[in-house]
Design a protein around this ligand. Structure first.
Ligand code: ASP
Length: 332
């Protein structure tokens, strides 16, 4: 086989369970994430050699629960630089599952290229019986090497499915089919070298998004509403200089009366407040369960609180405020 005609894919490793190691092959929960290097991950998948020419880089070796804005900036800038090269056709990022949906959505909004960017991960460490990482990695590279994946924004290849970064979320603490796109479903599938898209992505992203990886992101935090919620957290955040708060509200983004008052006070102090839902599916309607016009708040639509935080951070960094923030949430 003439491998020099294969697509050139950069694999950027950041750690996670896909690079996890346990002392015992029967262990799928007690292990250390992010300890196996990218070369070893690639060596475990000889079939990659007939799918793509691989350029590998170890960007970080972390458990993704510890993801940071600084690492997001490094990753986004490296992806932009690689995709600007004529000799790179796509990028795969290996990541932990815990914050994968946040990193994927951030990259979906800031990467400035139409070339494929695909994230993948694993629920079982690399040392486990029936480890899911090697097949997920092969499938992610297969998607990134596919011409059909171009222009669709950042994708997540996991357990044979292809999801849009905007909609995908982790829905299980242990199952190998942990990722779902609750409102929209997967975009398509990848199996045995075949990539098939059955839906498309309609909202703007990557090259057509107004955001970029500036690295100067303001403090945006998440608070939840629940029975007997107090205003202590919101008041402490305002005192700490928070610029934006996302509420993981009950139901359709409703909020405890005490929390509502605290957030209305926060808005008066110039803090941007976005209502999302803790439910995990469905959307939050503007002026639905709360009067956004009167409160000065913004509804998150179908974005979950963690993704709403990413978008709010990027929008505030760009100077968006007031009703323009609702435009941003309605658009992205
Ligand atoms: N804690 C791990 C991580 O997010 C979990 C995983 O990758 O499945 O890095």
């Amino acid at each position: 086989m003439n491998t020099s005609s294969l697509p050139r894919i950069a694999v950027l490793a950041t750690g996670g369970t896909i690079a996890g190691s346990a002392g015992d092959a029967s262990k799928t929960a007690g292990y250390k994430a992010g300890v196996v290097g990218v070369d070893k991950l690639l060596d475990a998948v000889p079939a990659l050699g007939s799918v793509a020419q691989i350029h590998a880089e170890q960007i970080a070796s972390i458990d993704s629960k510890d993801m940071s804005a600084a690492l997001w900036t490094t990753l986004a800038k490296r992806i932009d630089a690689l995709l600007a090269q004529d000799d790179i056709d796509g990028v795969v990022v290996t990541h932990g599952t815990d914050t994968l949906e946040e990193t994927a959505y951030l990259l979906h909004l800031v990467v400035k290229s139409t070339k494929p960017v695909v994230l993948t991960a694993a629920m079982r460490p690399s040392t486990a019986l029936s480890a899911d990482g090697p097949l997920n990695l092969l499938n992610a590279v297969t998607v990134a090497a596919s011409k059909d994946a171009a222009g669709k924004g950042v994708l997540v290849a996991f357990n044979n499915q292809i999801h849009s970064a905007r909609d995908v979320t982790k829905t299980s603490t242990y199952a190998v089919d942990a990722f779902r796109s609750p409102e929209t479903g997967a975009l398509g599938f990848v199996q045995d070298g075949r990539v098939e898209f059955q839906r498309t992505v309609v909202r703007p992203h990557t090259a057509s998004s107004e955001f970029s990886a500036s690295g100067q992101w303001p403090m945006v935090e998440i608070v939840a509403s629940y029975a007997d919620a107090s205003r202590v957290t919101v008041d402490a955040l305002v005192a700490a200089g928070v610029r934006g708060i996302v509420v993981a509200g009950t139901g359709n983004g409703s909020m405890h009366a005490t929390l509502t008052q605290a957030l209305a006070d926060a808005v008066k102090q110039g803090v941007a407040v976005v209502r999302a839902s803790r439910v995990g599916a469905g959307h939050v309607m503007r002026n639905g369960a709360a009067n956004d016009d009167a409160l000065g708040t913004v509804s998150a639509g179908t974005l979950n609180p963690y993704k709403a935080r990413v978008l709010l951070m990027l929008a505030l960094a760009l100077g968006s405020q007031g009703r323009d923030l609702q435009r941003v949430f309605d658009m992205y």
